[in-house]
Design a protein around this ligand. Sequence first.
Ligand SMILES: Nc1ncnc2c1ncn2[C@@H]1O[C@H](COP(=O)(O)OP(=O)(O)O)[C@@H](O)[C@H]1O
Ligand SMILES: [Mg+2]
Length: 276
Amino acid sequence: MSATWLFASGKGGVGKSTLSACLAVLLARAGHSVVLIDADLGLRSQDLFLGLENSIVYDLMDVARGGCPLSDALAEAPSLPNLHLLPAAQFVRAKDLSADRLKKILSLLRKDHEFILIDCPAGLERGLRNVLNAGSKLQTVLVLTPDDLSIRDGERVISLTEEKKLPRPLLIVNRLQNNLIYEKEMHSAATIASLLDLPLLGEIPEDSACTVAQLRHRLVIDYECPAAEALKRISRRLLNEEVPLPNFGTKKPSFFHRWFAPVLLEAKKTDSRINE
Ligand SMILES: Nc1ncnc2c1ncn2[C@@H]1O[C@H](COP(=O)(O)OP(=O)(O)O)[C@@H](O)[C@H]1O
Ligand SMILES: [Mg+2]
């Protein structure tokens, strides 16, 4: 039995690549056979996340065009023989990958691997549409940040999945800030999930460890930090374990609250000046 999750968003920069790389590694570390497909054609990034930037010979488009066998393009992750990357091509555009070819690649991968994670391009254009057209066995994971633009763009991704008759997406809300939610400045993950009528797969807090990890070409799950904890909870949920959600913003923040309170105070003063 194989599962295929595709990580999508309307707005770019919401964390799809970070999350899909980390979850692929966590599932592989849990002993499963995993393939991560970098479908963000022209904007390859997953080779850097997995430390494979010097080992890429063939890519997804080479396989799609019949230029090499699938096995030649699967790059093995360092010290994780059960995790492979199918890298994105660098010099093509997302529309160059046809849904039919991707469908064939997915059905070949499903024979030998338990989990396939697809890091999709942002936006609602051909790139995402081609991936969504690649068959009914796809489970979309919609990644959003808690702002209205991201939510609005997310609604359009949901409509696309409805159009393609795919299962309702699972929702991950990334970059949540406890103190801002508590102060009702930011939507909570539960609010967004009920607004969009989607099951909530995970909540990930804003965490500067993500930036540090990226600068060092490492994965944030290898640091002891709140984002790593959140990702580990999500990976267990993907394996059908029941893991409670943290419900960020429901508890009174202590240290962070004091830290951000002056910013909110200043914002309120500015707002009332503008409204005068
Ligand atoms: N929870 C988080 N806290 C802080 N920064 C984050 C978080 N998640 C992702 N980021 C940062 O956001 C940026 C965009 O992430 P990325 O995974 O490339 O997004 P996408 O693939 O959706 O474009 C990166 O610099 C990443 O380190
Ligand atoms: Mg990306």
